[in-house]
Design a protein around this ligand. Structure first.
Ligand code: NAP
Ligand code: G4F
Length: 343
């Protein structure tokens, strides 16, 4: 029988790719969205374009992850087979400005969902969006499932709490609850306040003569960057196993922000030094200097592996931003945006 999935954070980068994957696999998908003063469904609007195909199996509900009563009501109504918990205040720099709110959503939001599942007696398989940011000031290179955590931001601390609550509910209540410890993953749907998309978007605008300068912070930190579409496949695989477990998902390669910058500008034949300036505002009180993951367990147990290289990711994102800008200039995008009314 076709399965039903509930996705929190469905309007985010990962939520949108995961929803596409689940609909392709025949699932009925319910997504939680929060009320905003402007449309926030831009990443999933296209899924409603064919109301007889995917659109017919996709349902959205208002629910903030700070609202336990609403969560319980919706879990009773939807009765999901699988719950992918992706909603979070996910920006590390912002978490230093909003540590309490980040703890409330990214940390306690997880407990609220786990406790709601327990309260309604749900047998849904649960996926927790854990993060390589938990490794922070790394205690081992490369990082794997057994590497101890040393978070370096309020976001990292909140994710460590959420990770352990997931393990705790698994052990205490025999819930099927798995942590995906995902390293940075990017795409043309990445918000432009994360460094990769900030760069590729700027390259497209600079190339078109619409922007003079790009202001950035620390160029020396290194990240293990993969492609988001590959990573949502790993999330799904984690919930198809007989037993719950925790998995690192990564490419096994690390590159500095500077390398991403060089490659992005080179892709369009420009020199980054002519455009990039340092801005103190983008520095963090504490930095994560080096992330590189060992995804052997995911490869061996889930049969998962990444399909997009670092160079491929840069090219894919720069090309997508060039196309997006051209479409915006032609006015094409207006037809897609805001076509759904909610409320
Ligand atoms: P994202 O693009 O920032 O999406 C976050 C989602 O959470 C959005 O749908 C957002 O809604 C929703 N959200 C935030 N606060 C909420 C609240 N209070 N109530 C309900 N919904 C709320 O993040 P992402 O890159 O897709 O990442 C998905 C998850 O994986 C996050 O938990 C993130 O921390 C984690 N993660 C990401 C990476 C990565 O490299 N991308 C790596 C490891 C872990 P709006 O659209 O309304 O803002
Ligand atoms: O793109 P970032 O903001 O991503 P960060 O901090 O690594 O966090 C992302 O990955 C985590 C997984 O490890 C996720 F859990 C988290 O939700 C998020 O998706 O920053 C990457 C690096 C940092 O070292 C930052 O200091 O880029 C550096 N950077 C330099 N200039 C900048 C900028 N980051 C941003 N956002 N903006 C800048 O102007």
């Amino acid at each position: 029988m076709a399965k039903t999935a509930l996705v929190t954070g469905i309007t985010g980068q990962d939520g949108s790719y995961l929803t596409e994957l689940l609909l392709e696999k025949g699932y009925t998908v319910h997504g939680l969205i929060r009320r905003a003063s402007s449309f926030n469904t831009g990443r999933i609007d296209h899924l409603f374009q064919d109301p007889h195909e995917h659109g017919a199996r996709l349902f959205l509900h208002y629910c903030d992850i700070t609202d336990a009563a609403n969560l319980i009501r919706l879990l009773n109504e939807i009765e999901p087979d699988e719950l992918y918990h992706l909603a979070a205040q996910s920006h590390v720099r912002v978490s230093f400005d909003q540590p309490v709110y980040t703890g409330e959503t990214t940390g306690l939001g997880t407990t609220r969902i786990l406790e709601s599942l327990r309260a309604v007696g749900s047998a849904a398989k649960y996926y927790q969006a854990s993060s390589s940011e938990m490794f922070g000031k790394v205690l081992e290179v490369p990082q794997k499932e057994t590497t101890p955590f040393y978070p370096r931001s309020p976001y990292g601390c909140a994710k460590v709490y959420a990770y352990w609550m997931t393990v705790n509910y698994r052990e205490s209540y025999k819930m099927y609850a798995s942590n995906g410890i995902l390293f940075n993953h990017e795409s043309p749907r990445r918000d432009a306040r994360f460094v990769t998309r900030k760069i590729t978007r700027a390259v497209a605008h600079i190339r078109a003569g619409l922007q003079d300068k790009l202001y950035l912070g620390n160029l020396d930190s290194k990240r293990d960057w993969g492609y988001a579409k590959d990573y949502v496949e790993a999330m799904w695989l984690m919930l198809q196993q007989d037993e719950p477990d925790d998995y690192v998902v990564a490419t096994g390669e690390t590159h500095s922000v500077r390398e991403f910058l060089v490659k992005s500008f080179e892709h369009v034949g420009l020199k980054w030094e002519d455009y990039v300036e340092f801005d103190e505002r983008y520095m963090r009180p504490a930095e994560v200097d080096l992330l590189i993951g060992d995804a052997s367990k995911a490869r061996e147990k889930l049969g998962w592996q990444p399909t997009v290289t670092f160079d491929g990711l840069v090219a894919l994102m720069v090309d997508a931003d060039i196309r997006l800008l051209e479409d915006q200039q032609k006015g094409v995008l207006g037809e897609v945006r805001g076509t759904r009314e909610f409320g």
